[in-house]
Design a protein around this ligand. Structure first.
Ligand code: GLP
Length: 263
């Protein structure tokens, strides 16, 4: 796992956007896994800027979002579909025919989840998966206890997740209790993973997922089993890491590290 600690949210967003842009430039038809939440908003803004100022081309890329609330139609203002349109898709030259966000109001969620997995496979699998992290350690909506082998499915949300996400809704009662989410198994199959986290309220969970034991009780720890994960943090989110000096040394001596390990 490569840990990059940025001084603040803006730098964290710039670094993450550069990582994504580099992958898009390397492979014009990149299959990009996308996340929602407050964390990646700055990253998406930076990507829009790179698109406007440097012509970063999204026209051939395919995208798959991690999750969606069950019951919310794609045009609902609290849906993740709506979020993605507002924060990224409408501001870059992505072809909407190549965009996949799970459909929250599908009649047959089980069949739909199978179909979603098939689409990911049909497009050759995810090249780069962007992730945030919930305070209970979830990635996508894989709440504690989710199997590391899990695939796209419907998951019941934890109380803490419902409370945390209620800030986007008029009241807590409006927050859906279920979500369609890619599984941990689905996420682990992505060729590369980029996890972003910021803020003091993520410091505990960030330390647990990077430096703690692998456990399905903190599903982000599954990423310790993946061979190519980059984590970009701001100082606040990194504040409880024990091996911070080591990560910073590696970051600052990247030329030496690359020479030795070829990354
Ligand atoms: C939701 C999403 C996650 C996201 C998490 C954290 O639960 N399903 O993908 O990582 O919220 O969100 P935020 O970035 O707003 O803290």
């Amino acid at each position: 796992m490569e840990i990059i600690i940025a001084p603040d949210y803006e730098e964290m967003s710039k670094i993450s956007a550069r990582i994504i842009a580099l992958e898009i430039r390397r492979k014009h038809d990149l299959v990009l896994g996308l996340a929602t939440g407050d964390t990646p908003v700055g990253t998406y803004q930076q990507l829009v800027k790179i698109h406007q100022e440097e012509g970063l081309d999204f026209s051939k890329i395919k995208s798959f979002n991690l999750d969606e609330y069950v019951g919310l139609a794609p045009l609902h203002k609290n849906s993740y579909n709506f979020f993605m349109r507002e924060n990224l898709f409408e501001q870059v030259n992505i072809n909407m025919a190549n965009v996949f966000v799970p459909q929250g109001n599908t009649d047959d969620p089980e069949e739909y989840c199978k179909w979603y997995e098939e689409q990911i496979n049909n497009y050759g699998g995810i090249d780069l998966q962007v992730l945030g992290i919930g305070r209970d350690g979830h990635i996508a909506f894989n709440e504690p206890g989710s199997s590391f082998a899990s695939r796209t499915r419907v998951k019941a949300l934890f109380k803490q997740t419902i409370e945390d996400n209620s800030r986007f809704f008029n009241s807590i009662e409006e927050v859906p209790r279920f979500a369609i989410t890619m599984g941990i198994g689905t996420i682990l199959e992505a060729r590369k993973v980029l996890l972003i986290a910021n803020g003091k309220n993520k410091a505990d969970v960030v330390a647990s997922f990077i430096e703690g034991p692998v456990t399905s009780q903190i599903t982000a720890t599954a990423l310790q089993l993946h061979t190519h994960v980059t984590v970009v943090l701001d100082e606040d989110a990194a504040s409880n890491l024990v091996r911070k000096d080591y990560y910073n040394w590696v970051r600052d001596n990247k030329h030496l590290v690359q020479k030795m390990v070829g990354r």
